[in-house]
Design a protein around this ligand. Structure first.
Ligand code: PHB
Length: 377
């Protein structure tokens, strides 16, 4: 959706094949943290107006461990940079509206089925539309169909390498109708595991806690969830978690994944189709936006001058940032989760690391500049 908008601004036509319905897309609550550069881009390209009105700018986060909170002050540590809390589905809503207002072509409930002739001048995409199989031929295919989409397989197996790490835990997520407990996000390490207090807006709160990947939503009645969160988030000074009405529960699996290269012939992968990060660094949507910015720029250069230099370098350009974000996401995940509750040594080392990153200005800066996106290149 963003690529289509950026191409439109360059006078380049595109068709978006979207597997889901507009209603489902606009309703599903997903990620919520926009890096400084992501928020700036949305403003620059004319889709940031509602974000500026309804989103909230945060200039820090809290790291909580040993019953105490410690603030990482982004503004102070990164020369005034910040993050914006604004749901991914709200960004998507704004992009859909912008595309439809300028006669953009979005086919909803149209699922890409297979890709053909990617190494020719006229690649083709087969897709399902209203129960019929249809075909589009085009100059380029942007594979933005997520981790489970068909596009990654467009790169022959012997032409790609996949790097993967899975984690022995998942996140149990809840959406709560109720007041916020905190102004800024709280990332907590406790002997019982990680938890995170996040928000969507003044009325809707988003909280997570580490759980077993095989756990089931049915095992967690509301009262058990509040008990677990209160235990993990408790502080020595009696901080209180505001409760509310839990209206959604889900379990988020955690993995790190990268496909190299991110291109083959006329196919360019972007976002989750090419890479997955565990959510602890809040990087998923931001990496997708960064890929698209590189791709839009490279396509614009090609249509302007015929030069394929930027397109040829697409994968290499994106992978630099992707691996930096992988490292940060893996590191935050490793520092904040219990891998093995029978290993007290690991907890002690994690607490020492958290003590270091919250007391040394140099170490705190590494969190701040990665979290806001400034250190990713
Ligand atoms: C969220 O609000 O959904 C959220 C925030 C921060 C994260 C992950 C998820 O690191």
């Amino acid at each position: 959706m963003l690529l289509s908008h950026l191409l439109h601004l360059e006078g380049i036509a595109s068709v978006v094949l979207e597997r889901r319905s507009r209603e489902a897309l606009e309703k599903t609550v997903r990620a919520g943290v926009l890096e400084h550069g992501t928020a700036e881009l949305l403003k620059e390209v004319g889709v940031g107006e509602r974000m500026e009105r309804e989103g909230s700018v945060h200039s820090g986060i809290e790291l909580r461990f040993g019953g105490r909170g410690h603030r990482i002050d982004f503004a102070d540590l990164t020369d005034g940079l910040s993050i914006t809390i604004y749901g991914q589905q709200e960004v998507v809503k704004d992009l859909i509206q912008a595309r439809l207002e300028t006669d953009g072509q979005i086919l909803f409930e149209a699922e890409a089925a297979s890709l053909h002739d990617l190494d020719t001048v006229s690649p083709r995409v087969h897709f399902q539309n209203d129960g019929e199989e249809e075909e589009i031929s085009c100059d380029f295919v942007a594979g933005c169909d997520g981790f489970f989409g068909v596009c990654r397989d467009g790169i022959p197996e012997n032409a790609r390498t996949e790097y993967e790490r899975t984690y022995p835990f998942a996140w149990f997520g809840i959406l709560v109708e109720g007041p916020p407990s905190t102004e800024e996000l709280i990332y907590t390490l406790h002997d019982r595991g990680f938890s995170l207090v996040s928000t969507r807006n003044p009325e809707i709160q988003r909280l997570y806690f580490q759980c077993d990947p095989a756990d089931k939503v049915e095992n967690w009645p509301d009262e058990r969830i509040w008990d677990e969160l209160s235990t993990r988030l408790a502080t020595h000074d009696g901080w209180e978690l505001a409760d509310g009405n839990i209206f959604q529960k889900d379990i988020v699996q955690m993995r790190s994944f990268v496909c190299e290269p991110m291109q083959y012939g006329k196919l360019f992968l972007a976002g989750d189709a090419a890479h997955i990060v565990p959510p602890t660094g809040a990087k998923g949507m931001n990496l997708a936006v960064a890929d698209i910015q590189v791709l839009a720029h490279a396509l614009a250069e090609f249509y302007r001058s015929g030069d394929t230099g930027l397109l040829d370098a697409y994968s290499e350009t994106c992978l630099h940032r992707v691996w930096r974000a992988q490292r940060f996401s893996w590191w935050m995940t490793s520092m904040l989760h219990r891998f093995d509750r029978s290993d007290p040594f690991q907890l002690k080392v994690q607490q020492a690391e958290l003590g270091y990153v919250t007391s040394s200005r140099a170490a705190a800066t590494t969190i701040a500049e990665n979290y806001v996106g400034a250190a990713l290149g």
